[in-house]
Design a protein around this ligand. Structure first.
Ligand code: NAI
Ligand code: MG
Length: 355
């Protein structure tokens, strides 16, 4: 089974952690019958400074036509708007129709307050359609700005459907022996339809409809208004399994949830479309530690496993998760963000050994 994988390190520590993803794919036992072919691809702020394009056409073409999946490191964004520059990962999500952003947030099983949840964020619309404008009207006291929040039935139905599928797959993994704090699948629909009855109201109705499909009969469904969701997420994070949300709330919830596990260096994500997934660590380019060789590679290794899950290679994914968990449980070789002294290289080789 040959898998063509694009590697897009991007900027900063992206270049230090993406090689770890490649190495763990190459180290998977041959009994799994997987063969990876890698293509190095450019994107990011440095690429923009060199070539004038943050996302070169070749990168998009190769991903579209030659790859089954990809790993994306991180890109730096200038703090002030730079003419002609816009985020390549946002563009890539659009061009490849990667409509779901999937972010698992998990502690090791032996944690005092174990957490094991996945946030599934709609990734194509809502306020992030970026239809904003600045106007002026004396009746409003002068300058004002406004933005469109667009929610469609199609996007809401498909994001809830993939959330239901993820809940079912997690249940299957549990039944196959994966350690977990949950015993049955639960999807929590998050919205603010009490205030935004049309936009969030549509999201809510569609999500409920999608999850009412017969194949999700075994999945419990609940809903939670987004502000109380934040409260409960911090008070009792262990009670959530799969959370599904429109783009903006999902963005905020997933960064908030990442804070529950201590370091951004641990949290993976995947951008998922039909038959294509990009694994991407949640962290940025971390200029404060760039070049020091101490970036935590675990977010990338877990993102690599997550990519494999969405490509249907669940066994391979499970092996990577287990090797990472073994490193964290043993806690001998940890990077500085986790209070350890190990370098990126030392953490990677320990995890490869455990694999
Ligand atoms: P950041 O995630 O790069 O760093 C935040 C803090 O977490 C820093 O102290 C950093 O050292 C630490 N950290 C992050 N990843 C780590 C890892 N793997 N191991 C150990 N420590 C880690 O966020 P920040 O500083 O706000 O942004 C830096 C740059 O990255 C900016 O240009 C920003 O626009 C960009 N960024 C890009 C993202 C992406 O490509 N998806 C996401 C977030 C930020
Ligand atoms: Mg974010």
């Amino acid at each position: 089974n040959r898998r063509a994988t694009g590697l897009i390190p991007g900027d900063g520590i992206g270049r230090e952690v993406i090689p770890a993803g490649r190495r763990i794919l190459e180290a998977l036992p041959s009994s799994l019958g997987l063969k990876f072919e890698f293509t190095d691809l450019d994107a990011g702020f440095e690429t923009f400074q060199k070539t004038g394009a943050a996302l070169p056409e070749r990168t998009v073409d190769v991903l579209k036509n030659e790859c089954d999946g990809a790993l994306f490191g991180a890109v730096s964004s200038p703090t002030k708007a730079v003419k002609g520059y816009s985020s390549p990962i946002v563009a890539l999500r659009k061009k490849l129709d990667l409509y779901a952003n999937v972010r698992p947030v998990k502690t090791v099983a032996s944690a005092a307050n174990p957490i094991d949840m996945v946030i599934v964020r709609e990734n194509t619309e809502d306020l992030y359609v970026k239809e904003e404008r600045t106007l002026e009207d004396p009746a409003r006291g002068g300058v004002y700005a406004e933005a469109i929040k667009r929610i469609s039935a199609r996007a809401s139905l498909r994001i809830a459907t993939i959330a239901g599928e993820i809940a079912l797959r997690r249940q299957k993994l549990r039944e196959a022996g994966a350690a977990s704090i949950h015993t049955s699948p639960l999807v929590t629909i998050t919205h603010k339809s009490n205030v935004l009855s049309q936009t969030d109201g549509l999201f809510r109705t569609c999500a409920k409809e999608a999850l009412a499909a017969p194949r999700f009969a075994g999945v419990a469904v609940e809903e939670q208004i987004v502000d109380s969701m934040v409260y409960k997420l911090f008070r009792q994070p262990g009670s959530y399994d799969v959370i599904v949300a429109p783009n903006l709330y999902g963005d905020i919830l997933s960064d908030g949830a990442a804070a529950l596990v201590g370091s951004l260096g641990l949290v993976p994500s995947a951008n998922v479309g039909e038959g294509f997934a990009i694994g991407e660590p949640c962290h940025g380019s971390a200029p404060d530690i760039e070049g020091k060789g101490i970036a935590n590679p675990i977010a990338t290794l877990r993102s690599t496993a997550l990519m494999l899950e969405f490509l249907g290679e669940e066994k391979a994914a499970a092996k990577i998760y287990a090797a990472v968990d073994a490193n964290l449980e043993e806690a001998k070789l940890l990077s500085p963000d986790l209070g350890g002294k190990a370098t990126t290289e030392e953490v990677v080789s320990d995890i490869l050994k455990k694999l």
